[in-house]
Design a protein around this ligand. Structure first.
Ligand code: F6P
Length: 510
């Protein structure tokens, strides 16, 4: 174990961290040292202010210095440069990861191409708003995984006070999901977006075919004329029947779970307007700039990754939880689940060697204050240590009595304090052990620009985690086997294990 990477991990494993209480007691400057307030001035597109407070974690100066050594040993700076310069950062698929270019961060040709694609999307969105496709009141956006979670979250976050076009996002192949969308829409005034990077995903193509049938059954003469395709496989969309003028392509080098910034974000632009979509991109670009130009512990996503790795790899925490204390971010935990678990749920390094320590923890979470009354018992008194992120906005999303938002924020902060300080009691059942870690992300407000910055923060945090674990965050071969077996079941051929055979029979599949 003499190489500098292993040596850094050994040093991290040998640390004997103080309790959170002791860390605060020993260092009056701890809050400042472990907090970063980022402010981005984006002109007409708005201002972003976000406070990242990582002080209630067990990181101390020695841990930070050791993680910085690890980052140097892994040549983190070179990985980051490769990410933004179109280098092959996804070696198993021989691809770059050009999602940054979609928002203007990358090398010139990719950024230029992205600008042209965005302009094309802008023209279509504005034409639809101007009535070029007749009256459009509803959009049924059909996609799954990365082709659904980002648009669903962003539309939900940004249209709480009304949308220009009502948007229903349908992912599941369970027909109930599509039926529910149909019930909310008038076929006469509905457009269908078919969002699929590959344009082959079974769920999406099955739902898209059923949506076309619904239009036809309801008297729409040219159902294909109501379809917009969002894809990296435009040829396939043409074959399927979409007119080229209504295909919004994006590059193959943009991964599904990183594709909100591409034409996959079309429903955000349609529901909120192009200006908001541009603000989303600008907020993300500002976070890119911070991530690219800031070193070591001052880099907010990298600092967050240090804490993530400390808990997952050194303290053996198998999960991490995210609680959004804001209804506008209700879908953020779902989005982060895919981002983090599909990216970093791996068992081999970039060199194909087995990893020596755990990789991504299980990301889970929910909305505060609801979750306090459901799952927080385990966080406070259970046997698992779960690092928690609390995310809140200083400005409220509602117009009701300010008492609502005040209570929301008070509860959010109270939970972090309670996890850390705990509480003594003679009765063991009423004892709170405390010393449980959390981090808090406090946004000035939730608008398109700050949402963009928040998502980009998490993308870079995920990338930084991967770089320091030396794994590839951009492939996802783990999702393929189940799909292949489903196809074999469908074909009616082949033998399976006894349990699966019996279940197939019970379910009427054989
Ligand atoms: O099966 C997983 C996955 O490939 C995700 O990575 C992706 O976001 C999702 O399916 C949808 O894929 P597509 O956009 O090609 O339909």
């Amino acid at each position: 174990m003499n190489d500098p990477i292993s040596a850094a991990w050994e040093r991290l494993a040998a640390l004997e961290p103080a309790t959170l209480a002791a860390l605060f007691e020993d260092d009056p400057g701890r809050v400042d040292k472990f907090s970063r307030r980022l402010e981005f001035r984006l002109g007409e597109l708005g201002d972003v202010g976000i406070l990242f407070d990582w002080s209630k974690t067990h990181l101390d100066d020695t841990a930070l210095a050791t993680f910085e050594d690890l980052a140097r040993a892994c040549d983190f700076a070179a990985s980051r440069t490769a990410l933004f310069s179109g280098g092959v950062v996804n070696p198993t698929e021989g691809r770059a990861a050009n999602h940054g270019a979609m928002r203007g961060s990358g090398s010139e040709p990719e950024v230029e191409e992205a600008g042209a694609l965005l302009a094309r999307m802008g023209m279509l969105v504005e034409a639809i708003h101007d009535g070029a496709l007749g009256e459009v009141k509803h959009l049924i956006h059909i996609g799954i995984g990365g082709s659904a979670l980002g648009p669903a979250m962003a539309v939900d976050a940004l249209t709480r006070d009304g949308a220009r076009v009502d948007t229903q996002v349908v992912a599941n192949i369970d027909g109930l999901a599509l039926e529910q969308a149909f019930a909310a829409c008038d076929p006469e005034t509905t457009l269908i977006a078919v969002a699929s990077k590959t344009f082959t995903t079974t769920e999406t193509m099955t739902n898209a075919a059923s949506a076309l049938k619904w239009l036809a059954d309801n008297g729409i003469a040219d159902p294909y004329g109501r379809v917009i395709a969002l894809t990296a496989n435009p040829d396939r969309a043409v074959e399927w029947g979409v007119d080229e003028t209504r295909i919004l392509p994006f590059p193959e080098s943009v991964g599904g779970r990183y594709s909100l910034w591409s034409s996959i974000g079309f429903p955000v632009a349609l529901a909120c307007g192009m200006e908001d979509f541009r603000a989303l991109l600008a907020g993300a670009k500002a976070m890119d700039d911070h991530f690219r130009n800031t070193e070591g512990r001052d880099n907010a996503p990298l600092l967050a990754a240090f804490a993530d790795l400390y808990y997952a790899r050194i303290r053996g925490c198998q999960t991490r939880a995210v609680f959004a204390y804001d209804e506008r971010l209700a879908l953020l935990p779902d989005y982060l689940q895919q981002l983090e678990m599909e990216s970093n749920g791996k068992s081999v390094t970039v060199d194909g060697e087995p990893v020596e320590r755990p990789t991504a923890p299980i990301t889970w979470g929910g909305v505060g204050t609801d979750a306090q009354h459901a799952v927080f018992q385990l966080l406070h008194q259970g046997t698992h240590i779960v690092p928690v992120d609390f995310i809140a906005s200083i400005a409220p999303g509602d117009l009701l009595d300010p008492a609502h938002h005040r209570a929301l924020l008070m509860n959010c902060l109270a939970q972090g304090a309670a996890l850390m300080t705990g509480s003594e009691a003679d009765d063991a059942a009423r004892h709170y052990p405390g010393d449980r870690p959390s981090a808090t992300i406090l946004l000035d407000d939730i608008d398109a620009a700050s949402l963009g910055a928040l998502i980009a923060f998490h993308e870079h945090r995920t990338f930084a985690n991967a770089a320091l674990m030396r794994i590839n965050p951009f492939d996802q071969f783990g999702v393929e086997l189940g799909k292949a077996i489903a196809k074999r079941i469908d074909s009616g051929e082949g033998d399976f294990d006894a349990s699966t055979m019996a279940l197939m029979q019970a379910a009427g599949l054989r």
